[in-house]
Design a binder for this molecule. Structure first.
Ligand code: ADA
Length: 568
């Protein structure tokens, strides 16, 4: 996988990234014998990872496509295939056998093939980027509907008993950490066996444990240890600890940081100190790469966020790549991570759909399991702008929030509301995110003041007055280069004015604990000629970026930098 550190030193891994055969299948013909034989002659090459919509002729292609590559095994081996992100439906075939299906473009999944014979093997993936009213996101969202294998594909050679997962938990008492490791092992062997598991981190070796594992079964064990004088992870103080687990011939390396997060007196406390959050929303998108955002550009985005004086970024509106989150861990920046539940135009039928809920719960599961150890993640976001005045939203909220809390009690749970004045789900969350666009969709920028008063009344009536508030979205569009003497709509000047005035209002309000400007950089938007949505998006971009899509700063960027770097 593409991480900033090595995850295995014993297990052999290799990326299958590179040039793959590619063919679209608009008629959903499928992989019949005949069609399969035709694959090479009709197909073209495509780089994995990438989005096909960034290639000539495929700009607006939404539908099914087939990808093919080959890999060799020098001897019979257990093979694990790990897919970091495929938009959105994926069917995996090895040597013509269907290994399984996965839905969800922004979280990873794996398939294991025990005892694969020595030789050359064919890996085919059917990818379908079609969205509908029961998918996450649905077919209406304010970002481009890209398709493809957007993140890396990795092949792993697994020993007969391998480590499936590692979960690191800890309790802090002063500067002592009481640590529990939970290790899950899987056997692909036809005989029972015993295996020695050892684990360590800087300054602590856990006692070895001998585990009996039955043929073809899995086994869990937990290891405990205590570490004194720990260095805490904090904003701008990225203290990380690397954990190494060895089980027989296999190993797994992961990292975490020790810190506490809690809400106290309407404030968010990190390591016992009140935090004021200053940041932006960021889509992991670029006009040339779509969602297959390359590591080199991530480093640049990180430098820009740091230059601006941000201490947090919202991963709008889906789980972002692990490489990005590793970078945030390493630089002491915080992250709000959420699933792609974008509800601005969402129907009640969608909110009430069991399939939709099931997909959302699975995504929460995959996001939290994948990213549990990242100290940068402070919030799990349950949804964005669904109609939180309705019973359907309330029921879904209960399911999502209890799922999150059942998996993780060490972080805060939040969401972004566009109906703060009438919202009925406030009490389920630790922190309330408010999305409002006074000065853009909603009249004068001073409207924020009234809206906040109404929100406070609503919060009081629901017993939620003590919940910290983050202004999770606000902003205005400004076309890069359109600057002048007067702040006309869509000019850089207008955008800068709105953002500056809004920040001033929010920074004076003691109940607001943070601001996340919409948006970091301009993003491509799905403006299809046959649909009524997003018709105000000039250039087919959401132009509310503080930077343009190529990361050139607008006037608003310079003002925000000045404000974020000044004392409140
Ligand atoms: C919403 C939404 C964003 C974006 C924004 C806008 O708040 O959450 O994804 O669409 O509005 O630009 O209107």
């Amino acid at each position: 996988m593409i991480r900033t550190f090595q995850q295995h030193s014993l297990r052999h891994t290799r990326l299958l990234d590179g040039l793959w055969d590619f063919i679209t299948d608009p008629g959903n013909v499928g992989i019949t014998e005949q069609w399969h034989a035709k694959f090479p002659s009709d197909s073209r090459k495509l780089v994995v990872p990438s989005c096909w919509n960034n290639e000539l002729g495929y700009y607006d292609y939404i539908g099914a496509a087939w990808y093919r590559t080959y890999f060799d095994t020098v001897q019979e081996a257990n093979i694990g295939l790990c897919f970091e992100g495929i938009l959105h439906h994926a069917d995996v075939y090895v040597d013509g056998h269907h290994l399984g299906y996965h839905f969800g473009g922004y979280t990873q999944f794996s398939k294991v093939i025990p005892h694969l014979a020595q030789g050359k093997h064919e890996l085919i993936i059917r990818v379908d980027s079609t969205l509908d009213w029961q998918t996450l996101p649905t077919d209406i969202a304010d970002w481009y509907s890209y398709g493809g294998i957007i993140r890396s594909v990795e092949l792993q050679e697994l020993p007969d008993v391998y480590i499936e997962s590692l979960k690191i938990d800890y309790q802090l008492e002063g500067d002592t950490a009481d640590i529990q490791l939970q290790v899950k092992l899987n056997s692909l062997s036809s005989v029972d066996g015993q295996i020695v598991v050892s684990a360590s981190t800087e300054g602590l070796a856990f006692s070895d444990s001998t585990v009996h594992i039955a043929a073809g079964q899995s086994s869990r064990l937990s290891l405990r240890g205590s570490l004194e004088n720990i260095r805490k992870w904090d904003v701008g103080q990225p203290e990380l600890y690397t954990f190494m687990v060895k089980a027989g011939e296999d190993d797994l390396i992961d990292r975490t940081g020790f810190r506490t997060i809690e809400v106290n007196n309407g404030q968010i406390h990190l390591n016992g100190k009140a935090l004021y959050l200053q940041g932006v929303n960021r889509h992991e998108e670029h006009p040339e790469w779509g969602f297959a955002f390359p590591p080199k550009l991530m480093l640049k985005d990180l430098d820009i966020l740091t230059d601006m004086g941000c201490n947090i970024v919202r991963g709008s509106h889906y789980p972002q790549s692990q490489f990005w989150i590793d970078l945030l861990d390493e630089h002491g920046l915080l992250l709000w991570s959420e699933i792609p539940m974008w509800g601005c135009f969402m129907s009640k039928e969608t909110l009430a759909s069991p399939l939709f809920a099931e997909r959302g719960l699975q995504m929460l599961d995959e996001m939290i399991s994948r990213d549990y150890h990242h100290p940068s993640i402070i919030f799990w976001g349950a949804h964005n702008e669904i109609d939180t005045r309705t019973d359907e939203a309330l029921e879904l909220t209960k399911k999502f929030v209890s799922k999150i809390r059942s998996m993780d009690t060490s972080r805060l749970v939040t969401y972004a509301t566009m109906h703060p004045e009438e919202d009925i789900v406030l009490s389920y969350f630790d922190v309330i995110g408010i999305n409002k666009y006074y000065g853009w969709y909603q009249g004068n920028v001073n409207g924020f003041r009234d809206m906040l008063q109404q929100y406070y009344k609503n919060a009081e009536s629901q017993g939620a007055s003590d919940k910290p508030i983050i202004m999770s979205e606000f902003g205005a569009a400004g076309i890069f280069g359109d600057a002048g003497w007067e702040p006309r709509l869509f000019s850089e000047d207008y955008q800068a004015d709105i953002v500056q005035q809004a920040l001033q209002i929010f920074r004076e309000d003691p109940r607001i604990v943070g601001t996340l400007i919409w948006h970091f950089a301009d993003i491509r938007v799905d403006v299809r000629s046959d649909r009524p949505y997003f018709r105000d998006r000039a250039r087919s971009f959401n132009n509310k970026g503080l930077l343009n899509e190529y990361r050139k700063p607008k006037l608003a960027y310079r003002l925000v930098k000045e404000i974020y770097r000044s004392k409140r």
